[in-house]
Ligand binder design. Structure first.
Ligand SMILES: CCCCCCN(CO)Cc1c[nH]c2c(N)ncnc12
Length: 227
């Protein structure tokens, strides 16, 4: 079973309308759509925004639906200057920039018995690169940082870049990476840029959420054909 996760309904809609939904299951205040696409069984859901909501959905996908690969599609704020609105980025690793146990000598993003960075699945990243070549589109790869805040300041964005080497910023991937690492389930995340995470990012986000969600959804569906 393949799991497809988004944070917001706007990110899931463009995927859901392209698959054959067989059943809808309500569980833990989430709706899980059982569907098939290209003769593959998939379960889809949006978690709601933020790391806790994302962790709930990722865990349910694994524990209740037996998902063996978890793919995330959505939008993100750009940290790297070469990422423009509408561009795609694939996560090589994810982290949580709002974890801070530095007073005990730990690095930012580190929790004892856990990790700062969680690797995304190299096989799925390879498939993404193959699909990008086939479609003739530019696909950036990089670290994506998550935190429970919408980043809209150049200072904060630059700090996250400095401390984590992140190329993009959002609010769920680091949590999903932590869940999939604990359960040893392959994880892949694709995001399309909706804003630059600086002053005024909220306005850009509202303006480009729908369009960028479609960019990410379209690519993810192409990937599904190759999995
Ligand atoms: C009510 C509106 C909720 C916005 C949710 C934003 N998502 C969270 O995953 C992605 C995202 C896009 N741009 C971002 C930014 N600049 N900072 C954090 N997250 C993001």
């Amino acid at each position: 079973m393949i799991g497809i996760m988004c944070a917001m309904v706007e990110e899931l809609e463009p995927i859901l309308e392209q698959v054959e939904v067989k059943d809808k299951i309500h569980h833990g205040n989430n709706t899980y759509y059982l569907a098939s696409f290209d003769n593959k069984d998939i379960v889809l859901a949006y978690s709601k925004i933020g790391k806790v909501n994302a962790a709930i959905t990722a865990t349910a996908m694994i524990e209740k639906f037996g998902v063996e690969k978890l793919l995330f599609s959505g939008v993100a704020g750009a940290i790297d200057e070469d990422l423009k609105i509408g561009d795609l980025i694939v996560a090589t690793e994810v982290c949580q920039h709002d974890i801070d146990l530095t007073v005990f000598g730990y690095k930012h993003g580190f929790i004892p018995e856990s990790q700062i960075f969680f690797d995304c699945d190299s096989n799925l990243i390879n498939i993404a690169e193959h699909v990008a070549d086939k479609l003739g589109i530019k696909l950036k790869k990089g670290i994506i940082a998550s935190g429970d805040q919408f980043v809209h300041s150049k200072e904060k964005k630059e700090w996250i870049k400095e401390v984590f080497g992140a190329s993009a910023i959002e609010m769920e991937g680091g949590a999903v990476g932590c869940v999939t690492w604990n359960y040893q389930v392959p994880f892949f995340m694709l995001r399309a840029i909706s804003d630059t995470a600086e002053e005024g990012a909220g306005v850009d986000f509202d303006a480009f959420l729908e369009e960028s969600s479609k960019v990410s959804a379209k690519f993810l569906l192409e990937m599904l054909k190759e999995i």
